[in-house]
Design a protein around this ligand. Structure first.
Ligand SMILES: NC(=O)C1=CN([C@@H]2O[C@H](COP(=O)(O)OP(=O)(O)OC[C@H]3O[C@@H](n4cnc5c(N)ncnc54)[C@H](O)[C@@H]3O)[C@@H](O)[C@H]2O)[C@@H](O)CC1
Ligand SMILES: [K+]
Length: 503
């Protein structure tokens, strides 16, 4: 499956440049607005055929312009309609003024809109051009609509959502459906924006693919297209040694469960062999619980150095339940030249000593993935975490650049970023994936992919996706154990319907 336009994520700034390039290439800008507005009216009629009235709220820019086109089309279809505008419609410029002129009906001031039973609201107030917090008048209108629980269709983005970061600028609509154009924006996938978009429709308004791709950066939605060409080693028919040997390090006697979850997930995700490396005091506890996973006793760093001479060891998982401190640091630094996942305690262990880690990763040039959740991210990258100007995507990218590792920044909107800048945002995780031990399962899946020779970025992105699928298969009430049992095989034909992103 090749990469489709619908897998791209385009920032509002890139989208503005794409729009300009399209016009320079000879496309009439108003034809883009016409297509956008028509798509919105079509969605409204399709989704709410029995609406008593469509209410179009129009802003001062081109998002408002799309709204006037939609209003004219809805009027033409015979639907009952009301239009409310923010500001002086006489001051509209360019395409928005032309769209407004083509709408013959009455336009009222937004402050006078009182939602009525049967209204379906079309939010065309602000889209990609939102640059600061919404004016009070708009925030009040949003509150009235939210209180009335009337359904909202958002044009491009629910007004108030920052398309770059997903942050809410003062207030925002909660849409039932959002129609965006050419490609999804980060604000559609990142929290909290994602929770406000409803279903997302990506509509092709006629800008050629090549124009969009020329401006799009290295940002993608996480789909199999990103990593599936690196997944050939995951063919279950192959030999077990070819499918890679994964080593997972267990913590001491009182905290062995997390590493065992990683190990079992690694085995189920397709590693040919998995060895749980256990300190002497935890051997009995681990042995009592393992069957297919092998067990090896290891105490000191010297023992690890000797074992690492075996180059058949494909990948290593260090961190879940391991314990924070000197031993974790010593083990991690010895493994930086190999394929390695550093999670949980292994990440936290470098809170005060991160330079040692980052320099070693840079020097050794291994395939290193770090999987911090928000708290661990703030421990290892405090200055990046505290920078409120950065989106979650930009934070993950900055951390990857600084650490020389692939950063898998966990959460309901997991971001995976490589030091090169390649980045994906994940969108297939059900909310119940946030269960105790879920992260250990994810770590094990990454380990399996690394053991089979996948590069770190693809290994991490594929693991996040399979982890999300496992959550969906396990269903509500999933536990770490049922997640392990539900890790899906790679589905090479996995596709989503055209123009839809399941959020
Ligand atoms: N980029 C494209 O390819 C296309 C864009 N279209 C539409 O155009 C929209 C972008 O249009 P604009 O760039 O005019 O931006 P908007 O319509 O989102 O915003 C309008 C203007 O409001 C001002 N503004 C920003 N934040 C404000 C705030 N908090 N309070 C008051 N005023 C504020 C800004 O000057 C901004 O330019 C898209 O969201 C989309 O709906 C479509 O017409 C089709 C083509
Ligand atoms: K909008």
């Amino acid at each position: 499956m090749g990469e489709a336009l619908r897998d791209l994520l385009v920032t509002p700034a890139e989208m503005a440049a794409i729009d300009e390039d399209a016009v320079h290439s000879g496309i009439e800008s108003f034809s883009l607005m016409r297509s956008a507005g028509m798509a919105v009216s079509a969605a409204a009629l399709r989704l709410f055929p029995s609406a008593s009235r469509f209410v179009v709220l129009c802003g001062p820019g081109n998002n408002g312009g799309d709204g006037y086109v939609a209003a004219a089309a809805l009027a033409e279809s015979g639907a009952s309609l009301a239009v409310f505008a923010l500001g002086d419609v006489g001051k509209l410029k360019g395409d928005a003024a032309r769209a407004r002129a083509a709408y013959a009906g009455e336009i009222q001031a937004i402050g006078t809109y009182e939602p009525q039973a049967g209204d379906v609201v079309i939010d065309a107030l602000f889209g990609a051009g939102l640059a600061r917090d919404l004016p009070d008048e708009v925030q009040e209108a949003i509150r009235r609509v939210e209180d009335s629980r009337r359904p909202v269709i958002a044009v491009d983005l629910p007004s108030g959502i920052d398309g770059r970061s997903g942050e809410i600028r003062g207030a925002s609509f909660t849409a039932a459906h959002t129609v965006t154009f050419m490609a999804a924006k980060p604000g559609h996938l990142l929290l909290p924006g994602r929770t406000r978009c409803g279903t997302l429709e990506v509509f092709d308004i006629g800008i050629p693919d090549r124009v969009v791709r020329a401006r799009a950066g290295d940002l993608r939605i996480n789909t199999p297209a990103v990593w599936q060409q690196h997944a050939s080693g995951l063919d279950p028919a192959t030999h077990k040694y070819k499918r890679g040997h994964l080593a997972v390090f267990s913590g001491p006697q009182i905290s062995t469960g997390a590493a065992r979850l990683s190990a079992m997930a690694g085995l189920n995700a397709g590693a040919g062999l998995v060895t749980l490396v256990s300190p002497p005091d935890a051997i009995a506890a681990n042995a009592a619980h393992l069957t297919a996973v092998m067990l090896k006793e290891m105490g000191k760093t010297g023992d690890l150095a000797a074992w690492l001479k075996d180059r058949r060891l494909g990948a290593f998982v260090l961190g879940p339940g391991f314990g924070v401190g000197k031993k974790a640091r010593a083990f991690a630094l010895m493994l930086c030249g190999r394929a390695l996942v550093l999670d949980a305690d292994a990440v936290t262990s470098f809170k005060e000593r991160r330079t040692d880690l980052f320099n070693t990763i840079a020097m050794e040039g291994g395939q290193v993935v770090m999987t911090p959740h928000e708290g661990e991210f703030a421990r290892l990258f405090p200055e990046i975490a505290a920078d409120t100007a950065l989106s979650k995507i930009e934070k993950a990218q900055a951390a990857a650049k600084l650490s020389h590792a692939v950063i898998l920044y966990k959460g309901p909107d997991t971001v995976v970023a490589a030091p090169s800048g390649r980045t994906v945002v994940n969108a297939n995780a059900p909310p119940w994936l946030a269960t105790a031990g879920s992260g250990d399962v994810l770590t094990g899946i990454i380990g399996a992919h690394l053991a089979q020779g996948m590069p770190a970025f693809e290994a991490a992105a594929a693991a996040v996706w399979r982890h999300g699928e496992a959550g969906t298969r396990a269903g509500q009430g999933a536990t770490a154990e049922t997640l392990v049992a539900n890790i899906p095989p790679f589905d090479y034909s996995a596709t989503r319907p055209m123009g839809r992103v399941a959020l």
